[in-house]
Design a protein around this ligand. Structure first.
Ligand code: ZN
Length: 295
């Protein structure tokens, strides 16, 4: 069960509601106010809304208990959703890039944004900066890295709207191509976000092991359990936001089976309780080093 979940859900829902309002506001203001960059920034807010929805849905459905036909749980629903969202964002970013480059190559298609677009972008910066401070405060009180990441995402969104301000103000000052150039920068930010979604999903789906530093932490927890002489065949992979693993611990051959069973249970408990990442562990026991060594 996720700790402080009500507070985290509230801050995520508040962020999502503002992303919805900002998305609608910026797309409308961008179309009426003739700023391509602002439209792209508005679509970025919609994509943020989708990613908030993935976080909320993953917390709700991804943490469902295993059932008869999903016996390892439902965590990869989140992974699949992230991959789909990522591909969608890459497509959207590519579409806007092509459009903006097209306008730059045909200057008669360049638009003339004015004060409406400028005001909308300014409002977006202010709202996102407020959301950054509010979200970071919740992140600190709940000690959550996920919420902390969301807070910094709000600040990077503010930066994206600042790029729009530069573009619009530039056109108003007579540099006709600046809005489309800003649209390219903002579209690149959308594409980068999409790429990160896709990449992290792929890393997980091909069963990539966790980094060496995190692995050493797990090794330390295993070896700290009384009665464990050594271990073999430690394997890890990611599932949803967590890590699933299996390991064989080496025990004294003279131990009664019931003691060995207790030690294995302690190793499992220790990994689940002391590591914030591990969500599932299978512990095997062996009594001699003839157990196959890992490659
Ligand atoms: Zn964003």
């Amino acid at each position: 069960m996720i700790q402080h979940w009500p507070a985290k859900r509230r801050v995520t829902a508040v962020g999502a509601a503002w992303n919805l309002l900002l998305g609608i506001g910026k797309v409308i203001a961008g179309i009426l106010g003739q700023s391509q960059a602002l439209v792209v920034d508005g679509v970025h807010s919609f994509s943020d809304l989708v990613s908030d929805a993935v976080v909320l849905a993953a917390a709700r459905w991804g943490s469902l208990e295993a059932d008869h036909n999903h016996q390892y749980g439902h965590a990869r629903i989140e992974t699949m959703a992230s991959a789909l969202v990522g591909f969608l964002l890459l497509g959207v970013a590519a579409g806007f890039l092509i459009d903006a480059v097209g306008r730059l190559l045909e200057p008669e298609r360049l638009q003339q944004p004015g004060t409406l677009a400028l005001a909308a972008a300014l409002a977006s910066v202010v709202i996102k900066e407020v959301l950054f401070h509010y979200t970071r405060r919740v992140a600190r009180s709940t000690d959550s890295r996920l919420i902390e990441a969301n807070a910094w995402h709000h600040r990077s969104d503010a930066f994206s709207s600042i790029v729009v301000i530069f573009g619009v103000a530039g056109v108003m000052a007579g540099v006709a191509w600046l809005d489309s150039a800003a649209a390219i920068v903002v579209a690149a930010m959308v594409g980068w976000m999409g790429w990160q979604f896709v990449a992290s999903a792929v890393v997980e789906l091909v069963d990539t092991a966790i980094p060496e530093r995190e692995r050493r932490e797990l090794e330390r927890i295993i070896m700290a359990v009384d009665g464990v002489r050594d271990f073999r065949n430690l394997r890890t992979r990611r599932m949803g936001g967590g890590v699933v693993m299996d390991v064989t611990v080496l025990l004294d051959p003279e131990l009664p089976l019931v003691k060995a069973d207790t030690i294995a249970a302690r190793v499992r408990r220790g990994l689940l309780d002391q590591s914030t990442a591990v969500t599932d562990v299978v512990v095997g026991i062996a009594v001699n080093t003839r157990v196959e060594r890992e490659a």
